[in-house]
Design a binder for this molecule. Structure first.
Ligand code: ADP
Length: 266
């Protein structure tokens, strides 16, 4: 049976998706990019193949096994995947994955570790328009990562914050570095941490809502990327934009899945 592999080497995580000729997801893997350096692509390749029960047979780090018919790489580090036959942008790959899993949806919102994108596409997955923020960390996962480290919270606490419904405090700084000191000041003034965290979420949501407006997004919008796991942010973006935002299937894997589907000609 032919298999098709998609690799997404992101700034934060490296992902692999393995599909069969019908586009069915048979294997997947996600590892932190930093932990494995240039080897991260081979690590997820082998893990996805093993999960699908495909023999690996001691292949070298830069080879494609015979069991895989084609491989496409995407993501910020796509050029370093030695065994990929083709590289394609994340914009095209996310659009393709969303079109495959959610055929009626025409807008994807991808928020990863260090960038955020809104992509509007047609019924074939062809990109009509997109907007990207990769210059500023304030609207991306790294902002939330910094806050979780700095204030000893967890992804789960952030994600469940909406259930507590704390009154969000206004965060005026537009830059992560200044926001961090502003947050420290707010906490020193006695503002409860949940209100500060809610304020951070609202600030990010406002930035994303402006991006959605820029491409004239129409709902429903499929939320992809690792940050899509954050339920509080998902709700805040919906509230700020007035659009229906939903978590895409396998959100963090969307780039790799789109790459695998393109490798399969789907
Ligand atoms: P990239 O493709 O840029 O490497 P990803 O799409 O893998 O980025 O997203 C990484 C980001 O996802 C992390 O910076 C983190 O903020 C966020 N993230 C990952 N898992 C979770 C989770 N369970 N809940 C909330 N956020 C998460």
């Amino acid at each position: 049976m032919p298999f098709f592999l998609g690799l997404d080497v992101g700034s934060t995580t490296t992902k692999a998706a393995l599909v069969d000729a019908s586009g069915l997801l048979c294997g997947q893997a996600i590892v932190p990019t930093g932990a494995h350096g240039v080897q991260s692509a081979a690590v997820v390749r082998d893990a996805a193949l093993a999960q699908a029960g495909v023999p690996i047979n001691d292949i070298s780090a830069d080879a494609l096994p015979d069991t895989v018919s084609a491989c496409v790489a995407t993501g910020y580090g796509r050029a370093r995947v030695a065994f990929a036959q083709q590289t394609i942008t994340e914009i095209t790959c996310h659009a393709r994955a969303v079109r495959h899993n959610h055929p009626d949806v025409r807008t994807a919102l991808d928020i990863g570790g260090q960038d955020a994108k809104v992509i509007r596409f047609d019924q074939h997955g062809g990109v009509d328009d997109f907007v990207m923020n990769d210059k500023c960390a304030a609207g991306t996962g790294s902002f939330l990562d910094m806050m979780t480290r700095r204030f000893d919270t967890t992804f789960e606490q952030l994600s469940n914050l909406w259930q507590e419904a704390p009154e969000p405090v206004d965060i005026s700084a537009t830059c992560v570095v200044f926001a961090e000191s502003e947050v420290v000041g707010l906490l020193a003034d006695g503002v409860p941490l949940p209100c500060v965290l809610a304020g951070i979420h609202r600030a990010i949501a406002r930035r994303i809502a402006a991006m959605l407006e820029q491409v004239r997004a129409q709902g429903p919008v499929a939320f992809t990327g690792g940050v899509a796991h954050n339920e509080s942010l998902l709700r805040d973006i919906g509230a700020e934009s007035g659009l229906t935002i939903f978590r895409a299937a396998h959100p963090q894997l969307a780039g790799a899945l789109g790459a695998a589907l393109l490798a399969a000609g789907l």
